[in-house]
Write a protein that binds this ligand. Structure first.
Ligand code: TXA
Ligand code: MG
Length: 329
């Protein structure tokens, strides 16, 4: 199959719609990462997403809808606080998990009774969703376990020959996947940390829990139990401020004939006299936005990426640390 990359515009949106209605899968930009989409009511199209990605069949997909879409067509909204969250954080990088009404097919929900919904803020993505006017289910548009794509070229590198079309909507501004929030209980619970933080949610609804996964627990968000986001080279993760550890890992790699790169926040640039640096930026938002881009740049250059942890897990740092542990830990 020939994979075309087309700049997202009116014509490519119409082409994407035609392909989607015909049961094909299309890669689309969002403000977090690129998604691999299919119409959420077409079981065979949704199956194709799992085939293309090599995704485990028990890991459900998020349904994406436009901002004027009536969510009650798809799910039960059981708690009033949810309206406040929708008002404050959508369109944007927040996914809400509800009781499903079963409209989106069981291939997408993996037979579960809940459905995750997201209203992306990316303008081009909104335009496509409006044009299709149906839920598009989409996981990140990478091969399973690999780093999520934040440009059309990243998608092409993983899925060339497997899908007909990639809509190019530029580099994703957010850079890590949406916050997944279970809103089926009285108190909302974060299943996956992201750019909408625990603190932000608490400021609107008072309380917010974080799902903890212990060995042997039934996992509520199946995606969290898999290996994820891994670049195709060796990796190591050091504590915040462990300059000595990083230097010794770097020197050790060089002495073995390997080519190491250090991936870190700009504040550490002065601590290293090496050229092989992948600088992530200054603020947590900037660091999140560059993380996957730098991992994917790094895997092309490096035999080993040596990453440095964030100083804490507050705010956006929680989402960054979650991704750093899985990709480099
Ligand atoms: O930012 C994002 O969320 C991106 C863009 C494309 O929207 N999508 C994304 O999809 O990251 P994916 O499939 O890579 O991750 C979806 C996560 C997984 O951890 C999955 O287990 C969880 O959401 N999830 C989906 N449906 C769920 C449900 N009904 N209950 C609990 N967790 C669910
Ligand atoms: Mg993913």
């Amino acid at each position: 199959m020939i994979t075309e990359i087309k700049k997202l515009d009116r014509n490519s949106i119409l082409l994407a719609k035609e392909l989607l209605l015909d049961g094909k899968v299309v890669a689309i930009p969002t403000e977090t990462v690129y998604g691999l989409s299919a119409i959420g009511t077409l079981g065979s199209a949704v199956k194709e997403i799992f085939n293309v990605k090599g995704r485990p069949s028990d890991n459900p997909l998020i349904a994406h809808v436009h901002k004027d879409y009536d969510l009650s067509k798809l799910v039960l909204i059981e708690h009033d606080y949810v309206y406040k969250l929708i008002e404050k954080f959508t369109p944007g990088p927040l996914t809400l998990v509800f009781q499903s009404k079963g409209v989106v097919c069981e291939e997408a929900t993996c037979g579960g009774d809940t459905l995750a919904i997201r209203i992306p803020s990316h303008t081009g993505c909104q335009a496509l969703l409006k044009e299709v006017d149906a839920p598009l289910v989409a996981p990140s548009a990478n091969l399973s376990k690999h780093t999520s794509p934040v440009t059309a070229n990243h998608v092409y590198n993983d899925l060339n020959g497997k899908i007909p079309l990639i809509l190019d909507g530029g580099k994703c501004s957010g850079g890590i996947e949406s916050t997944v929030l279970d809103v089926t209980d009285k108190v909302p619970r974060i299943l996956r940390a992201g750019l909408v933080t625990k603190e932000m949610i608490e400021s609107v609804v008072g309380r917010c829990e974080i799902a903890m996964h212990k060995e042997g627990d039934k996992v509520k968000s199946p995606g969290v139990k898999y290996k994820h986001y891994r670049p195709r080279c060796q990796t190591a993760l050091f504590e915040y401020g462990d300059i000595k550890g990083v230097v010794s890992a770097y020197e050790n790699a060089v002495s073995q004939g390997l080519k190491p790169y250090i991936m870190c926040a700009n504040e550490f640039e002065k601590d290293f006299c090496y050229k092989n640096l992948l600088l992530l930026g200054k603020t947590p938002q900037e660091i999140a936005s560059n993380l996957y881009d730098k991992l994917l740049e790094g895997e092309n250059e490096a035999d080993l990426i040596i990453a440095i942890a964030m100083p804490d897990e507050k705010g956006v740092n929680m989402g960054i640390m979650n991704r750093l542990r899985k990709s480099c830990g």
